[in-house]
Design a protein around this ligand. Structure first.
Ligand code: NIG
Ligand code: FE
Length: 404
């Protein structure tokens, strides 16, 4: 494998000049495209693209007029977990809310109990199945959180599993320490916040980022500030869970600590938009969890109208979003949040890459970036994909230039 030519591309979409790390406001309406194009990859990266006579290559892939786009980027997942929680699915159908299920010892603590009893090898095997499912559906970069350990030993077990995934998968992987996902069994609230702060230096040996579930019934903005302070001392930049269940102050504390992203945001007002303006923090919305929990969708349209960028991610986890399908996320963003297909496309590619610190490496068709690509069957375009929300559209996914 050295040079690979993609010829007969009907439309090449997601083209971006070098050096643009995110899109905000009206920039999100724009998607760079080229009709009847070719694209050349070299050693797993995009070497060149254009129209007309194509350069020589070692291998040629005939795209038969299909659409070629950057692979999806999923900046918020919890895919290292043991087993499943379908029992709670029945509770939910019978009328219990996410908070009620959690209060009965279900939810995150249920996953922590299962994870405690599961070997590292088994956890890795289960998570790799989810990664394979996600890459087959077009995702080429994934952020994965800890947070089902809830004690030092099991949190580190999760972080080691994420490290193994990073080495084993062709997808780009980022790792986040979410010790503060819920209060671990055997701790008081205060003793657990202290424990999370103590875990930080060891967690930082594996993790790229630190996260806190800053929400009603979980951790307060004051707890979050303490944990982010410890994260800062260990060199970890925050990515925050905020405003899923209530207006928690999580956005403001995230911005105060220069969070790379603040995520969920189902319940936000003008104050959150104001806090985000002019910052490097990417608001990230997770429509898959709004869909599954039946809670409000984030106000992405207002955020964009205010000049902010928005990223979208799957939140793939066993409790609030048991799906890592980024095409479905794209569809929900259009259908339920009323983003245009172009805005939502930028949110599931470039902006989601930004939200995990990977937008210099992936998220667009740019010379030098990873050749992480989705080739569609002929006849597809950027509107049809979210519109025909479950019709198969992928002909082939390529990660680092290789078909998977
Ligand atoms: O992002 N909100 C907090 N954490 C996850 C849910 C985790 C779970 O229920 O297992 C989320 O929705
Ligand atoms: Fe989450």
């Amino acid at each position: 494998m050295s040079k690979r030519l993609f010829k007969n591309i009907g439309t090449l979409a997601g083209i971006l000049p070098e050096g643009i790390l995110r899109k905000q406001g009206a920039e999100m309406d724009h998607v760079g495209t080229l009709e009847n194009a070719w694209l050349l990859t070299e050693e797993g990266r995009i070497a060149d693209f254009g129209q007309g006579p194509a350069p020589a290559a070692d291998e040629t892939i005939d795209c038969v007029g299909g659409l070629l786009i950057p692979a999806f980027c999923d900046s918020h997942t919890h895919i290292v977990y043991a087993g499943s929680r379908e029992g709670e699915f029945l509770d939910k159908i019978n009328g219990l809310s996410y908070e009620e299920i959690a209060a009965r010892g279900g939810g995150i603590l249920n996953s922590a109990d299962r994870l405690h009893q599961t070997s590292e090898d088994e956890l890795f095997a289960q998570a790799m199945e989810r990664v394979a499912e996600m890459t087959a559906k077009g995702t080429g970069a994934i952020e994965i959180k800890s947070g089902y350990g809830l004690n030092p030993e099991d949190e580190l077990k999760m972080l080691r599993v994420i490290e193994r995934i990073r080495k084993a998968s062709p997808a780009l992987i980022k790792s986040t320490f979410l010790g503060a996902h819920a209060v671990g069994r055997g701790y008081t609230h205060e003793s657990y916040v202290q424990e999370v702060c103590r875990m930080m230096p060891q967690a930082a040996q594996y993790a790229d980022y630190v996260d806190v579930f800053c929400d009603e019934g979980f951790f307060t903005a004051a707890d979050t500030a303490r944990i982010l302070e410890a994260g800062k001392a260990a060199g970890l930049r925050p990515k925050i869970h905020a405003n899923e269940l209530a207006e928690s102050g999580g956005v403001q504390v995230g911005v105060q600590y220069n969070a790379l992203s603040v995520d969920h945001l189902e319940r936000t007002g003008a104050a959150e938009i104001e806090a985000l303006r002019g910052t490097g923090t990417m608001p990230t919305m997770l429509p898959g969890s709004s869909f599954f929990l039946g809670i409000p969708y984030g106000r992405a349209k207002e955020f964009i109208a205010s000049g902010l960028g928005v990223a979208l991610a799957s939140d793939y986890n066993p409790g609030s979003s048991p799906s890592g399908d980024m095409r479905f996320v794209w569809s929900l963003a259009c259908i339920r949040m009323r983003l245009t297909p172009a805005q939502a496309f930028n949110a599931v590619t470039l902006n989601s890459a930004y939200a995990m610190g990977l937008s210099a490496e992936t998220g667009s068709i740019t010379r030098g970036k990873r050749a992480n690509l989705i080739l569609t069957h002929p006849g597809w375009n950027l509107t049809k994909i979210p519109y025909l929300h479950h019709t198969p559209f992928i002909r082939q996914v390529f990660l680092q230039g290789e078909a998977i």
